[in-house]
Design a protein around this ligand. Structure first.
Ligand code: N01
Length: 538
């Protein structure tokens, strides 16, 4: 085994939103010696890797940012309601510069493994560049949606054209002009990319496995008066989103949709539809996620919108989601997605009606026995969500156990922050925390601050290890599964349910607590206030 060349108080893995703030917090608040390893060439994480056409934020920009830097909240001007990827990356570069973060981040360096040394209570961490270092704490800031899922399509090696995965798009971009392009997938990524690609491509063929309920983002410039009012109200906004259900200023209508008249609910549906963004998903009637009949009423409105938009009724029918409840897959936000299928250069290949993808050929994609030729294939096939990137770190806890071994039937964590048997390892927005069911920066800041407080308390008390207790972990896993079992989420084949990847054990990955982000924060604060209840400290 390689000898460690340096020792750090903490190693942080990843330099996206979470790794950046973790570094800032441990280094500048606690004075720790921190090394961040980042596989990408600069900061940004998700916003470094996902450069596909149309990539933009799906949360409103005024809350999709760091709130720890109050001055920056006042100074930074977002150009739009949902800024594009390059603008978010510019913002993160600005934060890195402003807080002098890069001097402690080693870029182009992937962490490939690590072991907990039980004799010395230290982690040894290895990188692909051949470095080995030790650290008291390891913080995985690897993101929830960073481990690319490229399904093992038969024949992909035979394809004579070019192919790309949306999450590993070339930095110089791809020119689709005059090309025949195939897009595989119709998730939130594809829904952003398809209208953009259709504008350039000679022909676009979209391969849909599951139709999606999309609602308009309604992106655009934000009224300057509104921007000013928000800036004046930021303290209250931050407080509200921290205590809210989804880390957003969205609140359920405290009423059953089944108790409304058709006129009343149509008015409400129109209002949410016109507002755009996540309003229809997260500000709808409170029983939408629990009651199939209630859900059907909300879904029917969206189905009507598809029929109204798509001119060819046969295409509209194939674009209408079937067989799962609305909102149980991540809501894609669109700009002219359904309108794109009215263009003469765009065609839909639907697995249910035209046949599933059988193989990639030299000249395109074969589905349902028919070959669809393409010069470029864009795979918008998503991620091994939440657990993939953590497992890929190949960390070994007590007794040399790996997360692969511990998580054979899905993730087992305590609060989504820690794993029994892996002392001093923290995950930011790990599985079984609200994470992907929240506005990510809100959950990231909460975890970073909680972890920093925890390490500070340990140092004050002269403690060197913290570790989730197996029984507390088991209780948390049961709680996570119990609360979601009362919803419609578990019946759907979504990546939330680990169902997007063949062979991945079916388990609900995030935490959908009864009081959402706000209730979860309270729970974490209580755990800390009770001397880190459920953790063993030594
Ligand atoms: O990935 P997805 P994504 N054969 O897994 C299909 C976040 N995000 O990159 O639905 C054929 O949702 C798959 O079909 P199915 C957001 O949280 C954020 O779009 O599994 N098709 C699906 O249509 C989002 O949810 C933002 O049946 C296959 C698609 O590929 C998450 O990232 C923007 C297949 C994958 O959809 C992931 O979104 C974009 C196969 N073997 C995304 N395997 C912002 O906020 C998969 N598919 C900016």
């Amino acid at each position: 085994m390689a000898t460690a060349t340096q020792h750090f108080d903490a190693v942080v893995i990843g330099a996206g939103f979470s790794g950046m703030y973790m570094l800032k917090s441990l280094r500048d608040r606690l004075g720790l010696k921190v090394r961040v390893y980042e596989a990408g060439g600069t900061v940004g994480g998700t916003w470094y890797w996902n450069r596909y056409p149309g990539a933009r934020c799906d949360s409103d920009s005024y809350i999709y940012c760091f709130t720890f830097d109050k001055q920056l909240l006042q100074e930074w001007e977002w150009s739009e309601r949902y800024p594009e990827q390059p603008e978010i990356l510019r913002y993160l570069e600005h934060v890195a510069k402003r807080h002098d973060l890069k001097r402690d981040i080693q870029f182009n360096t992937r962490v490939t493994g690590g072991e907990f040394d039980e004799a010395n209570n230290l982690w040894t961490v290895h990188t692909a560049t051949g470095e080995t270092v030790t650290a008291r704490y390891v913080i995985a800031a690897v993101g929830c949606l960073s481990d690319t899922n490229l399904p093992p399509f038969k024949g992909i090696e035979n394809f004579k054209g070019k192919w790309y995965h949306t999450s590993r798009f070339p930095h110089e971009g791809v020119d689709f002009t005059g090309k025949r392009v195939a897009v595989v997938g119709t998730g939130a990524t594809a829904v952003q990319a398809i209208p953009e690609i259709a504008q350039q491509a000679k022909q676009l063929t979209v391969f849909q496995r599951t139709a999606n309920y999309c609602v308009p983002a309604r992106n655009g410039k934000v009224d300057p008066e509104r921007v000013k009012a928000r800036k004046a109200d930021y303290d209250a906004i931050v407080q509200r989103i921290r205590e809210s259900f989804f880390g957003q200023e969205h609140y359920f209508i405290p009423k059953s949709v089944l108790e409304t008249t058709p006129e009343e609910r149509e008015r409400e549906f129109d209002r949410m539809w016109d507002e755009g963004g996540f309003a229809y998903w997260l500000s709808n009637y409170q029983d939408m996620f629990f009651d199939q009949k209630a859900n059907d009423l909300c879904a029917d409105y969206l189905k009507r919108k598809i029929r109204d938009t798509v001119k060819d009724p046969a295409v509209a029918e194939r674009l209408i989601p079937k067989g799962y409840a609305y909102g149980t897959k991540r809501q894609p936000l669109d700009t002219n997605y359904f309108e794109t299928f009215n263009k003469s250069n765009v065609r839909l290949v639907d697995a249910a009606t035209d046949g599933a993808i059988e193989e990639i050929t030299e000249h395109g994609i074969r589905a349902g026995g028919k070959e669809y030729e393409a010069d470029i294939i864009v795979f918008a096939t998503g991620f091994d969500a939440m657990t993939g990137a953590l497992k890929a770190l190949h960390l070994k806890g007590r007794g040399g156990r790996t997360l692969d071994q511990e998580w054979v039937d899905g993730p087992h964590t305590y609060l989504g922050i820690a794993v029994a048997g892996f002392p001093n390892l923290f995950a930011i927005t790990g599985p079984q925390s609200p994470s992907v069911l929240s506005n990510m920066p809100v959950s990231i800041e909460q975890h970073v601050e909680w972890i920093t407080d925890c390490i500070e308390a340990m140092r004050k008390a002269g403690q060197t290890t913290i570790e989730a207790k197996p029984d507390a972990q088991q209780e948390w896993v049961e709680h996570v599964n119990e609360v979601v079992s009362g919803t419609l989420m578990t019946a759907t084949n979504s990546w939330y349910m680990s169902a997007n990847i063949q062979g991945k054990p079916r388990a609900f990955l995030p935490y959908l607590g009864p009081e959402g982000v706000g209730g979860y924060r309270k729970k974490c604060d209580e755990v800390a206030a009770k001397g880190y209840e459920g953790f063993a400290l030594a």
